[in-house]
Design a protein around this ligand. Sequence first.
Ligand code: C5P
Length: 237
Amino acid sequence: MEKRQELYAGKAKSVYHTDDPDRLILHFRDDTSAFDGQKKEALARKGMVNNKFNAFIMDKLGDAGIPTHFEQLLSDTECVVKNLDMIPVECVVRNLSAGSLCRRLGVEEGLELNPPTFELFLKNDEQHDPMINESLAETFGWATPEQLAEMKALTFKVNDVLKALFEAGGMLLVDYKLEFGLFHGQIVLGDEFSPDGCRLWDASTREKLDKDRFRQGLGGVIEAYEEVGRRIGVDFG
Ligand code: C5P
């Protein structure tokens, strides 16, 4: 497979065309950003750690019957994925209260959410990814009701698989964000799953092992990502 011109550079990943119009290459960079890009830093090893972490998780989800865009690792920091037509909606499931839910509703952090909640956000940097709902998504044509129903079902299926995986490693999956796209008409999980896009706490101490370490300036960011990976069996080489 031949790597061709850059299609898009996001805050932490760059996407490249290939000689196959159905395939793209994702390059995980060391760049880390938070608060709409206001806080930025390059963290050594992050690209490699997130690339291998994501490959491991996508494989687990694929094994569980969840269609994902992931195809194969290409190098320490690159992988091959299906070229999806992305749906500009972020799906968030929460098992415990944290982050924007606490700020929005004034509830304390760490409450068990039963049943887990499901939220939709519009992927739009200029508008700071505002919260939306099914009605707005349908009216503005971001996704059809059928697509939204499937995205919701798949997002909860991911919760079943990953809650159990992290629990076995002594961790709590607090919340996470997923993005989906269409591949020849089928809804497929895209983007990445890494500690950049979820919250993970140690189950006994509730120590934060995810990007909140970067957001809150706690240090040891990549060390925490590696610890999470080690506990679930990711091979960082
Ligand atoms: O900020 P908030 O509490 O809404 O985030 C919920 C979850 O979604 C967190 O795990 C966060 O890391 C993730 N998220 C993300 N990208 C965004 C928004 C949220 O990865 N643009």
